[in-house]
Design a protein around this ligand. Structure first.
Ligand code: RNT
Ligand code: ZN
Length: 422
């Protein structure tokens, strides 16, 4: 079996190969270690949440398939699982909570009544674990969302309910930001849409804009919380029309100084989200990414190191935008070990970032400026076979995390010791 010594030797060789292209592996790893991903709590229990009267996802546009045993059934189990996942991911990362994951103590607390105190135990736990929190309103899996419309509902009382919910969520986010002395990112995604041809799209989009204006009339300091809004192309049951489309939120965020959230699963499969990054950043200071993997009609498969993720992370580095773009994970798969899925996805994004940080950018830029398209393409091709895996494994070891392949046994051990007993 490969030992740490072999891995260090492989790293030294890799370091020299990159140095020959004027790339410092040490600098790349130092930069990588300062990047935090926001891990989505909802991968741990298939977007279930811990409300006293939990609802299914019917009508939400989301669908979770699979019946793999061992999902978290309580806050304590979810936290235990998260700890296990974080221990297998190099670096220090954040936690992305959804409003339905509050600590309600078995009581029914409707969404428009949730308060910071329902998230106090999360804040305490995050403080202990050295984690920073992000937050999301939960505008689905609720009787008031059954029609498929929330903030754009024609009935003012339904809109009011959800406006109140999102307002409470932003107050909770601000409390989290205060407690952790780091802004909490609040992301808003709503399922609103229609299965079939919709005649009055304009009316519904006007209603959504009015609801959003009411919500964001309350302002918080950016030191405590920041707002992002997430678009979608279509969902299950909203195949023909989605109120909060890309153009809608592009317009809304740019005209109101908010952050756009681009979910990689929320575009046409031939569209490149990577290409959108530089376009948005010309007009907006910051951007939120939901890194996901769309497969045909599903937008939430487990993230892997595919071309899309590589291109996306390369864009952040090439645009010099690592400090302006927040990366969160967003996928759920009930068909496999859920902790393993978290770790696969997080490690894939970090690997893509490392690949991007190891690009010989000055050389590539020079070729581009010189109009030397042959050398630019040839170099991009040849760097694909550089020993990047050795740099990654070294990074894992120096961060006290198992390198590739060895982490798999840790997931299996936890499955045997903990998950299989649930
Ligand atoms: C849904 C959006 C959204 C959700 C989470 C659970 O299509 O991607 O981000 O996945 O809010
Ligand atoms: Zn998303």
């Amino acid at each position: 079996m490969l030992g740490d010594k072999d891995r260090e030797r492989a790293y030294t060789e890799a370091r020299d190969r990159y140095a020959a292209l004027d790339v410092s592996t040490g600098e790349a790893l130092e930069r990588l270690s300062r990047i935090s991903l926001s891990l989505h709590c909802w991968q741990g229990d298939d977007v279930g949440g811990f409300e006293a009267h939990g609802q299914d996802l019917e009508g939400s546009g989301l669908q979770v398939t699979g019946q793999y045993p061992g999902k978290a059934r309580s806050l304590a189990e979810l936290r235990q699982d998260l700890n296990h996942a974080y221990a297998l991911i190099p670096g220090s990362h954040r936690l992305n909570l959804h409003a339905m994951y509050g600590d309600f103590g078995g009581n029914t607390v409707d969404r428009d009544r949730i308060e910071p105190r329902h998230f106090q135990s999360w804040m305490d736990w995050a403080g202990q674990e050295g984690l920073k929190l992000d937050f999301n309103a939960t505008c689905f899996a609720h009787p008031q969302a059954e029609s498929g419309l929330t903030l754009s509902h024609r009935d003012a009382s339904v809109r009011e309910f959800w406006i109140q919910h999102v307002k409470q969520c932003r107050a909770i986010s601000a409390a989290m930001g205060e407690a952790q002395s780091s802004p909490c990112l609040h992301n808003l995604w709503i399922p609103d849409g229609a299965k079939d041809i919709t005649v009055d799209r304009y009316a519904l989009r006007k209603l959504l804009k009015e609801s959003l204006d009411r919500i964001y009339a309350v302002t918080y300091s950016a030191a405590r919380m920041k707002d992002a809004l997430e678009s979608k192309l279509f969902g299950i049951g909203s195949e023909s029309f989605v109120v909060g489309s890309h153009e809608f939120y592009m317009g809304y965020t740019l005209s109101s100084g908010k952050m756009l959230c681009l979910d990689t699963g929320h575009f046409h499969p031939t569209e490149s989200v990577a290409d959108k990054v530089s376009a948005v950043l010309v007009f907006s200071d910051e951007l939120l990414l939901h890194v996901s993997r769309g497969v045909r009609w599903d937008s939430d498969h487990v993230v892997i190191l595919n071309d899309e993720v590589r291109d996306l992370m390369a864009e952040l580095v090439r645009a010099g935008a690592l400090d302006r773009v927040h990366s969160a994970l967003d996928f759920f798969d009930a068909g496999m070990n859920r902790i393993g899925a978290w770790v696969i996805g997080a490690r894939a994004v970090l690997k893509a970032l490392l690949l991007a940080l190891l690009e010989p950018l000055p050389r590539l830029r020079r070729h581009e400026e010189d109009g030397d398209h042959f050398q630019r393409l040839a170099l991009l091709e040849d760097i694909q076979t550089l020993p990047f895996g050795a740099v990654w494994d070294y990074h894992c070891l120096s961060q006290g995390v198992p390198p590739d392949q060895t982490w798999i046994a840790e997931v299996l051990r936890y499955e045997q010791d903990v998950l299989s007993r649930r």
